[in-house]
Design a protein around this ligand. Structure first.
Ligand SMILES: Nc1ncnc2c1ncn2[C@@H]1O[C@H](COP(=O)(O)OP(=O)(O)OP(=O)(O)O)[C@@H](O)[C@H]1O
Ligand SMILES: [Mg+2]
Length: 320
């Protein structure tokens, strides 16, 4: 068996935006996904994540480049690739005029799964995703979160080797988000490779074996969460908790010497200093000028969020 289930070589996609405007949505990216891993594809809005997934799943044709699924060219043999991949698209592409159960069964039958197996799997997945009671209702009557769960159930009906999920947890409430992750990890344990995009940083950090960070159609970094965190110096980030945090503090922080940038993350003000071991006294003096009380100040260790901000420049008001 090949070590890599997916190989991507110099993949490009150009779109026409208007009569005289084109965009390189994907600018020649190359990477491998190993068999059996959970692989995260992270990037800000418009980075080219969905475009990449569309090409990897035969839904969009690449402008140039190669895609190998299980060692076989997807461009030359799309039908064979389709049997090996499952896709959960970002938009709702269910058949809304069919019931949930029919969506699952027709999908399995399309892939040549026999009727008995298809029905058995449908029972199992409807139960797993909490849809058994609503299985005979038209999909058009489904809520967004229910449709999302059904899309995932449908994608695994033909038992794919690699499952692509484009923002799978968006629109799911926290309990189904957890259920979905449990399901994905269970599928992964049973041998399915998982490729997903997400906006929620804490998800890939905890659950992905490796993560690629993309921005403006380019691959910025790839590796384990620890490897990515090692890309940025960690002891130059000062994390400050204030009783009253205001956006304007980001601008005011510009007056600090040695400040690279300031960012608000959750309920913390993070100061990225140019030098390691920053001068706490100076920072404390600056905090006093803000007319709010200091609850906590510490040197912070870097998170995937910091790596993302560092590599993409997104999330920092100063940089925008
Ligand atoms: N069919 C299309 N025609 C023209 N431009 C497109 C098309 N699809 C995507 N684009 C452009 O390609 C770029 C990448 O879009 P894409 O949807 O891949 O981003 P994304 O990373 O999935 O973003 P999001 O996080 O918002 O889902 C954007 O600039 C977008 O406007
Ligand atoms: Mg997208």
């Amino acid at each position: 068996m090949l070590n890599n289930i997916l190989e991507v070589r110099d993949l490009k996609k150009e779109f026409t935006l208007s009569k005289d405007r084109k965009i390189q949505a994907v600018k020649g990216i190359s990477f491998d996904v190993r068999r059996g891993e959970v692989f995260g594809f992270l990037g800000p809005n418009g980075a080219g994540k969905s475009t990449t997934i569309s090409m990897l799943t035969t839904q969009k044709e690449a402008t140039s480049g190669d895609i190998l699924i299980d060692g076989e060219s997807l461009v030359k043999n799309p039908a064979s690739a389709r049997r090996k991949i499952g896709v959960v698209a970002q938009h709702n592409n269910l058949d809304r005029g069919l019931t949930a159960r029919e969506n699952l069964i027709y999908h399995a039958r399309y892939f040549g799964i026999d009727n008995k197996t298809a029905n058995k799997r449908a029972d199992e997945y409807l139960e797993r995703f909490g849809l058994t009671e609503r299985q005979h209702d038209y999909v058009r009557s489904y809520s967004g979160g229910m449709a999302q769960r059904l899309k995932i159930a449908r994608a695994i009906m033909h038992n794919p080797d690699i499952l692509f999920l484009d923002e799978p947890t968006t629109g799911l409430d926290p309990s189904y988000r957890n259920i979905l992750w449990e399901q994905m990890l269970e599928l992964n344990k049973a041998g399915t490779t998982i490729f997903l995009t997400t906006h929620y940083m804490e998800e890939p950090e905890q659950l992905c074996d490796r993560i690629a960070i993309v921005d403006q159609g380019e691959l910025k970094a790839i590796g384990t969460s620890d490897q990515l965190k090692a890309l940025i110096p960690s002891n130059n980030i000062v994390s400050i908790k204030l009783s009253n945090l205001k956006d304007e503090f980001i601008k005011e922080a510009k007056s600090l010497q040695d400040l690279e940038k300031a960012v608000i993350q959750n309920d913390l003000l993070l100061l990225y200093m140019k030098n390691e071991h920053p001068d706490f006294n100076k920072i404390l003096e600056w905090v006093k000028t803000l007319n709010t009380s200091l609850e906590n100040i510490s040197l912070s260790t870097s998170t995937l969020d910091d790596v993302f901000i560092h590599l993409t420049g997104k999330g920092s008001i100063i940089n925008e």
